[in-house]
Structure formats: structure tokens, C-alpha cells
Design a protein around this ligand. Structure first.
Ligand SMILES: [Zn+2]
Length: 118
């Protein structure tokens, strides 16, 4: 598939490495640095829904090892900043990462969300 295909057309298993990270121009990015990308989810599950990913491929939180520590540290810092801003703006926020069969895309991603489920 073309990396410019819309997210809804993606049928692979790593949307982040294949689409979001190489081509964030189509996304509503809330934070980007050399290690981490955060953007408004393209198909939000909650009223306010940001997804935060390490740019370097890490399969999941439980698959991460010592060599991933700089990426995890940077990831947690961005998750904290996004969650703090969301908590301030909406009065509540939650932080979630799925594992195993619950994990759709096999690239570590952290959901930061607030408000009712869509
Ligand atoms: Zn990946």
C-alpha cells in the first residue's frame, strides 16, 4: 500500500512504523521530538483521545528491554505532559496501554483519554 493511504484503509499490523511515524503530516500532532510522536487518534474511542508512540519500534510495554530505556523515558515524559494538560483542561484523564490479544497494532502505543467512550 501507499504510505499516503488514509488510516482507515490500512490493513497491516504496525500502523505506527508503516504510516504514522514516516508520514505524520496527515495527523493532528500534539507533540513530536526525535524519540516520540503524539497525536489525536484518527478513530477516537473516547471524546478526547491522544495516542503516544515511541518512534523507534518497540513491540509492547512488556516486550521492552534495557536498550529501550531512553525511548521509554522520553515516552513517559510526553505521556505525563499530555495527561497533565488533559487533566487540567477536562478535570480527568486516563492512561492505558494494551497487551497481548488486547493490543491491535504491534507497536507500543499509549492511549491518553478523557470523557465518555464513543
Ligand atoms: Zn513499529
Amino acid at each position: 500500500m501507499s504510505e499516503h493511504s488514509p488510516a482507515s484503509a490500512y490493513r497491516g499490523t504496525d500502523y505506527y512504523c508503516d504510516v504514522a511515524i514516516p508520514d505524520p503530516g496527515a495527523l493532528e500532532v500534539v507533540h513530536e521530538d526525535e524519540l516520540v510522536l503524539a497525536y489525536l487518534h484518527t478513530r477516537p474511542f473516547w471524546q478526547v483521545h491522544v495516542v503516544v508512540v515511541p518512534k523507534r519500534h518497540i513491540a509492547s510495554l512488556t516486550a521492552a528491554g534495557p536498550r529501550d530505556e531512553p525511548d521509554l523515558r522520553a515516552l513517559l515524559q510526553v505521556v505525563t505532559e499530555v495527561a497533565r494538560e488533559m487533566e487540567r483542561e477536562h478535570g480527568a484523564a486516563a492512561v492505558l496501554t494494551n497487551l497481548g490479544d488486547y493490543q491491535d497494532s504491534k507497536h507500543l502505543h499509549i492511549h491518553v483519554h478523557s470523557g465518555p467512550r464513543r
